[in-house]
Write a protein that binds this ligand. Structure first.
Ligand SMILES: *Cc1c(COP(=O)(O)O)cnc(C)c1O
Length: 458
């Protein structure tokens, strides 16, 4: 761990200890319950923590702080402080500074429930302004209603349980495993749309699949799930055209925007879909587990219906609680962290074009290395990139004493991390959020490693 990183964590922890003292010895003026002497003692203790922070700041050299485990077995995570991270699933979920601050302020369990008044629902809380956030979020994604859910998978689950329980769900053959499991949990069968040319899901493939299902099963599917951008190739699929095919058959469409909502523009109305599902921890600079479920006009009542159950003894009912999402979903810092990231997220989706430019720049450079291939569609329309290095880095791996780990280690030694340890054949990276300087450095580093091992570079 670099010294500066260590120092910053040390200071954060000292401040945390000071804050904890404050919490455990109430300093509320109206309710002083400790003897004055005791209060003074605590104050001195707090000041001492703050003084130690000051000492760290004032030192010219770096402080050599010892082990940094929070509790035994729980180390501090410093990857984002110390490395350029190109991990395909992590880059869009890195927190904004506002989200970090929200977590500091709202980390206690049911922290957003202080002002939860009738009808006692997360999306109706006005302090903090979660109600407004939900409304703005629905607008942002072009849907009638929006709800926060613990991960995209819980969004699939809520929709499938509402419109396709024990039914038939069509997914693409590039679908994420959570789509299959959400269907399974709801007792639904899954059928896959084959991929067309270039690993793109084509409308005609969907049409054929629906016809085939009808012929074999005697009924039409209850739901079609299409990935806006799939997780395997990072390819952008023709959602509106796919949706039109499904709608001709009267089948609702869920667009899985796990890799898009929060990093590129997503508008459910333009896509002509009935549901939008996004992942907070993948693409919305939010902590896990978090996600977004957007619902179009026609399905609001079906998916967000109030509970109808009644206790047989108490006679209690919960008509205000939405059954499909089990009432409330993200009851604390996850919800406010999403809200805190929202302004920057709105801003960053407008800069998507430049992110794609950087991904294309990387690909151009990466392809200068003899044997390298990009398996994703080209030019790139997304920053997730699937590459094939079987004819380049994998050949080196075969003769290297560290085998496949050599590439991971060469990158790591140069301050880059996030590729799968041991991967030298077919693997993925994501350039999202890197600055131009970082993208250039990343490209040059691959070239430098290639040259080091005698791979030709054009
Ligand atoms: C990551 C991912 C998911 C799962 O998202 P969670 O928010 O973790 O549930 C679903 N679908 C796709 C395409 C993904 O890439």
């Amino acid at each position: 761990m670099k010294d500066l990183t260590k120092e910053i964590f040390t200071m954060l922890f000292l401040l945390t200890d000071a804050r904890y003292l404050l919490r455990t010895h109430k300093f509320h003026e109206g309710g002083r319950y400790l003897p004055r002497g005791e209060l003074m003692r605590i104050l001195v203790e707090i000041k001492e923590s703050l003084k130690r922070v000051e000492d760290i700041i004032e030192r010219d050299d770096y402080l050599d702080v010892g082990g940094m485990d929070i509790v035994e077995g729980l180390e501090v995570r410093t990857i984002e402080e110390e490395y350029i991270n190109i991990n395909p699933i992590q880059v869009g979920g890195r927190l904004t500074p506002e989200a970090m601050k929200a977590i500091i302020a709202y980390a206690d369990g049911y922290s957003v429930c202080d002002w939860c008044l009738k009808p006692f629902r997360l999306d109706r809380i006005r302090r903090p302004q979660l109600e407004r956030f939900h409304k703005e979020l629905a607008e942002f994604i072009g849907m009638r209603e929006a709800r926060l859910v613990p991960g995209a998978r819980r969004g699939f689950q809520a929709v499938i349980n509402s419109v396709a329980r024990d039914g038939i769900v069509v997914v693409s053959s590039l679908a994420h495993y959570t789509e299959y499991l959400a269907a399974e949990e709801a007792g639904a069968k899954v059928y896959e749309i084959p991929v067309g040319e270039n690993n793109i899901i084509r409308p005609e493939n969907l049409e054929e699949k629906i016809t085939e299902i009808k012929r074999k099963m005697g009924e039409e599917p209850d739901l079609v799930i299409v990935d806006h951008v799939d997780y395997q190739y990072g390819n952008l699929h023709p959602i509106r055209d796919l949706s039109r095919v499904a709608h001709e058959h009267g089948i609702p469409v869920l667009c899985n925007c796990a890799y898009t909502l929060g990093i590129m523009p997503v508008d459910g109305r333009k896509l002509e879909v009935d549901f939008i599902v996004g992942s907070g921890h993948k693409s919305f600079s939010s902590p896990a587990p978090s996600g977004i479920l957007g619902i179009g006009d026609e399905y609001v009542e079906r998916v967000l219906s109030g509970s109808r159950i009644r206790g047989d003894i108490s006679g209690r009912t919960y008509p205000n609680k939405e059954t499909s999402i089990l009432g409330c979903t993200l009851m604390g810092c996850t919800a406010v962290a999403m809200m805190a990231s929202f302004p920057r997220v709105k801003e960053r989706v407008r800069r998507w074009g430049e992110e794609v430019e950087k991904a294309n720049h990387f690909c151009q450079q990466f392809l200068r290395i003899a044997g390298n291939r990009v398996l994703s569609e080209m030019p790139r329309r997304h920053t997730l990139i699937r590459v094939d290095t079987r004819e380049s880095f994998d050949k080196i791996a075969r003769g290297h004493k560290r085998k496949g780990y050599f590439l991971y280690e060469e990158l790591r030694n140069r301050g880059i991390t996030g590729i799968f340890p041991g991967a030298t054949r077919i693997w993925k990276l994501n350039t999202y959020g890197l600055s131009w300087d970082e993208v250039r450095y990343l490209s040059e580093t691959f070239i430098e490693i290639a040259k080091k091992y005698g791979i030709e570079v054009q």
